[in-house]
Design a protein around this ligand. Structure first.
Ligand code: AVI
Length: 314
């Protein structure tokens, strides 16, 4: 059975029901996420761009980069590279000696990024790496060149704290002492700011969440009636986790042919689809406590909404 089918079945048979957020990102989901990043309410992307634009020198210092010695700058899930370009431009213009390795699962995203970088930063050496992060890192670890890993956008926040620790620990096994991880995370803040980022006025986030059911309809021959499910986000500042749910607005039965089963929904029953963890120093310290990283620096945007933490591989 393919993994998608297996995970959908497991999630819908669980109580309470869940579906993994990693399945948001099909072609339509990717396009909706680009729209999300451009929304007025979604402050995360703008805040991290503010750091990369206006605190570039601080980033370079905190990463302990110097012009005389070669390093590899490796980005996990590079996307369109908007934020990273700010750093790359400065490094190239100031003659730092490095190669840029963007890693992405999507060959198409990498091809577009490479083309764009060729025109925008002609002198940059780009070595695109298509594939799973850890498979690529495993091949890169064969050389002992100093490495800087970029993991931006609060992508770590879509993992539970326990899985975040495992992820960072595993990154460490692919690095050497002295290598660095630049971890971009959203910070815990008031619900008036976080809430709208996950419940925008145009309904883009709602479409992004509900698209998961549309994907199941298409790929697993299901009959979710998309008008009978609603996007329902939740956030409370004490916990610091934005959660997305899909709520069934009525009592209904959904058939998923590829699984060969039907699933019952009560009126008001929720499917938990995503967590977006927000952080503070204490949480970051706790998450890295059982990894081979120590906290070196924290660089924030002008509103202190977002932080890029620099972690040293010990
Ligand atoms: C990709 N990830 C960091 C986004 C987030 O903020 O958790 C995904 C997202 N979900 C709803 N809006 C954006």
């Amino acid at each position: 059975m393919n993994t998608f089918k297996k995970e959908v079945q497991q999630g819908l048979e669980a109580n309470p029901k869940t579906l993994p957020s990693k399945y948001f990102y099909d072609k339509k989901g990717d396009a909706l996420f680009v729209e999300i990043m451009n929304m007025a309410e979604y402050y995360l992307t703008r805040s991290e761009l503010d750091i990369f634009k206006n605190k570039t020198e601080e980033l370079i210092q905190a990463l302990d980069l110097n012009k005389g010695s070669y390093f590899e700058l490796i980005e996990l899930g590079a996307g369109d590279g908007t934020k990273t370009k700010e750093l790359l431009k400065k490094l190239v213009h100031e003659n730092y000696n490095f190669d840029y390795f963007p890693i992405d699962i999507s060959a198409n995203a990498l091809a577009l990024l490479e083309q764009d970088l060729k025109t925008e930063i002609a002198d940059l050496s780009v070595k695109t790496q298509q594939g799973d992060y850890f498979e690529v890192l495993d091949t890169l670890k064969a050389n002992k060149n100093p490495k800087i890993i970029l993991f931006l956008g609060s992508n770590i926040g879509n993992l539970t704290d326990e899985l975040a620790t495992k992820f960072i620990y595993k990154l460490g096994t692919n690095l050497n002492p002295g290598d660095k991880l630049l971890l971009g995370v959203d910070l815990i803040k008031a619900k008036e700011i976080v809430g709208p980022a996950y419940n925008d006025s145009k309904g883009i986030t709602a479409a992004f969440n509900i698209n998961l059911l549309e994907r199941i309809n298409k790929q697993l021959e299901a009959n979710f009636n998309l008008n009978q499910f609603e996007h329902q986000p939740e956030y409370n500042e004490d916990e610091g986790i934005a959660k997305s749910f899909i709520t069934s607005t009525t009592k209904q039965t959904v058939e998923i042919k590829a699984i060969g089963k039907s699933f019952q929904f009560k009126a008001g029953e929720k499917i938990h689809t995503e967590i977006s963890r927000k952080y503070n120093d204490k949480l970051i310290q706790k998450i890295i406590a059982d990894t081979d990283f120590s906290l070196a620096r924290k660089i924030m945007d002008s509103k202190a909404y977002f932080a890029d933490y620099i972690l040293n591989r010990t």
